[in-house]
Design a protein around this ligand. Sequence first.
Ligand SMILES: Nc1nc2c(ncn2[C@@H]2O[C@H](COP(=O)(O)OP(=O)(O)OP(=O)(O)O)[C@@H](O)[C@H]2O)c(=O)[nH]1
Ligand SMILES: [Mg+2]
Length: 364
Amino acid sequence: MKLGITGFPACGKTSLFNAITGARLPVGQYSSSPGLVSATMKVPDERLKRIWSMYEGSRLVYAAVECVDFTGLISGKRGEGSGKEIIGEILGKLRQVDAIVHVVRAFEDPGVPHVLGSVDPMRDLEETNGELLFADLVQCENRIAKLKVQVTKPTKTQEQDRKELATLEKVYAILESGRPAREFVPHTEEERRHVAAFQFLTMKKQVVVFNVDENDIGPGGKGENLEKQVPGSLALCAKLEMEIAQLPEEERSEYMKVMGIKEAVAGRLARQAYAALDALSFFTVGFDEVRAWTVRRGDTALDAAAKVHTDLARGFVRAEVFRCEDLIAAGSEKALKAAGKIRLEGKEYQIRDGDVIFIRANTR
Ligand SMILES: Nc1nc2c(ncn2[C@@H]2O[C@H](COP(=O)(O)OP(=O)(O)OP(=O)(O)O)[C@@H](O)[C@H]2O)c(=O)[nH]1
Ligand SMILES: [Mg+2]
C-alpha cells in the first residue's frame, strides 16, 4: 500500500511524514524541487503484539505502508513556465499512489506564512481538490484530442480508440462540471479498464488530515468540529505528533498523556487509510517471525500466499486458518488445536481481518 502526502505548501506535510514514519526530514523550508522522499510507516496493531508475546524469541514485523512526502501543490491553473513542468512531474508521481493523504492547514502561526494569505481549511480543501480536478481535466482533454485524430485513420486500433474516446468523453463531462472522476460509474469491464489505465487523481481515495494547533485537539475543540464536517477525516497537530515520534520510546506515552493525546498518529492514520482502501490485515506466526500483512477485502488465500512468497502461491495446497482472538483466548497454538479451532481452507477462501494463516505448499 502506498500513500502520497499532499496539500498546499507549508501545511505540515513533512511534519506529518516524520511523525508517521519516524523520518527526520527538516521541516519549515519551502522546497523548490520535487524531491520526493519515501519511507515506511509501521502499522501499529495491538493484536499482533499480543500474538507475538506467545512466540518467544520471534521477530515482530509490522505491516508496512509506503508513504511519500510530496512538495506543496501550487496552483497549476495559475502556474506558468517551468512551474508547470514541476507540477506536472509531481502530479504524475501522485498518480502512482493508492490513496492520497490530503493535509489541510488549520493552525494559526504568524511565523508560517500561508500561500493564500489566511488560514481557511475548507477553502484550502476545495482549492487543492480543484487542482487535482484541473490536472485530470487537462490530462483527459489531451487524450481526447489525440483519440479524435486517431479515430479518423483506418488503423488496427480504430475500434478500440473509438470505445476509449466514448468512455473518456463521459468522464470529461463529469470533470467539466466540477465533479471528481470517482463519480463516473463504469458499466462495462472495458470502461473500467479505460479509466483504471488513466489513474485519475480525483478517482483516488483520500484521507483528509486537518492540521490544527495543539490547543485545538481533543473533545469539543476546533479539530473535532472539522472532523465532523468531513467524514473519514482526521484532526491532529502534526508539529506535536512529530515531537512525540522523536522522543525516546519510553517517554512517549507520558508526554501523550500530558498533551491529551490518546493514540499516536500512525495508528489513527493507518485505520482511516485501511478503511478508505478496503484493506485488512492477516497474520503469519512462528518462532522465527510473527508478522502482519496487508491485503484488500475480497482477496483470497491464494493472494495472501502470493504476498508472503511467490513459491507459496505456486505450490499452494491449502491454508490452515484461525482467528487471532481465538489464539489469544486459547493462550497457545497447541491449546487452539486441541479446541478444534483451526480450519482448513482452499485457494478461494476470502481472507478476513485478523485471520492467522499458515500456508501448506508444495515448494519443490
Ligand atoms: N504552529 C504549528 N506549526 C506547524 C504545525 N505543523 C507544521 N507547522 C510548521 O509549519 C512549517 C511547515 O511545516 P512542514 O511540515 O515543513 O510543512 P510542509 O507542508 O511539508 O511544507 P512544504 O514542503 O514546504 O510545502 C514548519 O515551520 C512547521 O513547524 C502545527 O501543527 N502547528
Ligand atoms: Mg515538506
